[in-house]
Design a protein around this ligand. Sequence first.
Ligand code: 4AD
Ligand code: MG
Length: 478
Amino acid sequence: MKRYEIKYLLKEDVSALLGTTICVKGWVRTKRGNKNVAFLAVNDGSIIHNIQVVADPQKFEEELRRITTGACIGVEGKLVESQGSGQAVEVQAERIVVYGEADPNTYPLQKKGHSMEFLREIGHLRLRTNTFGAVMRLRHNMAMAIHTFFHERGFFYFHTPLITASDCEGAGEMFHVSTLDPENPPRKEDGTIDWEQDFFGKFTALTVSGQLEGELGATSLGKIYTFGPTFRAENSNTPRHLAEFWMIEPEMAFYQMDELTALEEEFIKYCVRWALDHCMDDLEFLNKMIDPGLIERLRSVVDTEFVRLPYTEGIKILEEAVKNGEKFEFPVSWGVDLASEHERYLVEKHFKKPVIMIDYPKEIKAFYMKLNDHVEEEGKRQGFSGLTVQGTDVLFPQIGEIIGGSVREENYDKLMGRIEELHIPMKDMWWYLDTRRYGSCPHAGFGLGFERLLLFVTGMANIRDVIPFPRTPKTAEF
Ligand code: 4AD
Ligand code: MG
C-alpha cells in the first residue's frame, strides 16, 4: 500500500486518488467524536496541517482505546472529499495500526497552549508541537534560501575548522578543547599548564567565527561563504544569545563598503522573500498564534530600502532623543558600544526600518576592520582617537544586531599596528598575516547570525526557541 505524505494529499491535485485506498502515517494530534463516529487529526510533520481520519468506533474499538494524543499510527483507507469544512480530503479508515501509544497519564503534550518555558524543559518532545514544527520547517527553508542565494551568485561554500587556536573577535569567549586530565594537567616548570602535551600540541578552542580562515578562501576563490556552528562562552543570558549558534559568513575579494552593504541588504531580503514564497502555511500559523504583526513586518522589510547611517550621526540622533525625554538604561555619547535599546530606538522609533550602521569608532570594533582616514572631532572631544573603521552592523526591528561585518584592513603595516595595540598573540596569526604579505587585496565580508534571522522570520521572542537544542549558560540538556 503506497504511503502518501500529508502535504501531498492536502496540497497537490489528488482528484485521481479520490475513492481509492491509500495509506497515511503520523502522530495523532487530537481524537474526538461520539459513539457513531471517531475523528483523528493526524500529522506527519510534512506540513503544519493535519489530515482527518474518520473511523467507525465499533470496528476499531480496540485500536481507538489505545489511541490518544501523541500516539503514532498508520492508517489505510479510502481517500474521499471531506464532509466538514477546513480541508479538501479525508481518509475513511479501513485498517489502523498503532505503532506507538502515548500514555495520557505521562505524555506531557496534552492540552494546547503550554508556555515556552515549559516546552524548553521537554525539548525532546516540543518538536512535535505545531509551533516547533513551523519553526523547524522555516529553519530548513532559510538554510536552503541561503545556499541558493550564494550559489546563484557564484559564491563557493567553504568549510572552516571548528577547532582553532585563534580568537577572531578577540573577546576571549572561547570554549577550550583539550584531552588533558583536568584534575591533573601536565605542568611546565613555572607551574603553568603545558599545552604542548595536549592533543594538538597547543592550546585550542572551539571557533567563535570562521572569518579568518574564510579570508584565506576569498583571497583565492574570490567569493566564499561559510555556514556552520560557532561557539561563544559569553555569559549572556538574553533572548538573543546562544553559546552555540550558526553563522553564515560570506567573504568577498575586491568588495568595497557600498558593495558590502548592498549585499547585506539583498541577502536578508532574499531570505525573507523566500519565507513569504515558500512557507506561507507556517507563517500564517505563527502570525495567528505567536505574533500578529509577523507577516506584515516581513512584507515591509522586503519592500523597504535599508538606511545607511554613520555611527557619528546615529549618536547625534540618540543624544537628541535623550534631550527630548527618551529614557535609556545606558548612557549615550560618542565612543560607546550601542546597547540593544539604542539600536532598537533607531530602528523601531526613529527610522521605522532596518538600519545599516557604518563607520564605528575603532576602539569598539575588532582588529581586522579597515581604518578610515578622516577623524571625527566629536570623538576627540570625548577622549578617543576619533578614528573610525569600516565596520557595518545591520540593525533590525525586534532583534537589534542581525549582521556584523566590515571591509578588512588589507594593509600589512596598519593591520600589524592594530594587532600590536591590542596585544593579540602573534604566534597564532602568522598564516593570517600572510594574506597581507603575499598578493594582498581589498576585501570585505560579514556574519549573519542564523538564529537571529530566524527570530525575525518566525516572530518567536526567544532565541532558545528557534534552534532544536539550545545551548546557553547552565543548560546543555538533550
Ligand atoms: O558581530 P559578530 O561577532 O561578527 C563576527 O563574528 C565577524 N567575524 C563576522 C564577519 O565579519 N565574518 O557576529 C556576527 C553575527 C551577529 O551580528 C549576530 O547576528 C550573531 O552573529 N551572533 C550571535 N547569535 C546568537 N548568539 C550569540 N551569542 C551571537 N553572537 C553573535
Ligand atoms: Mg557584532
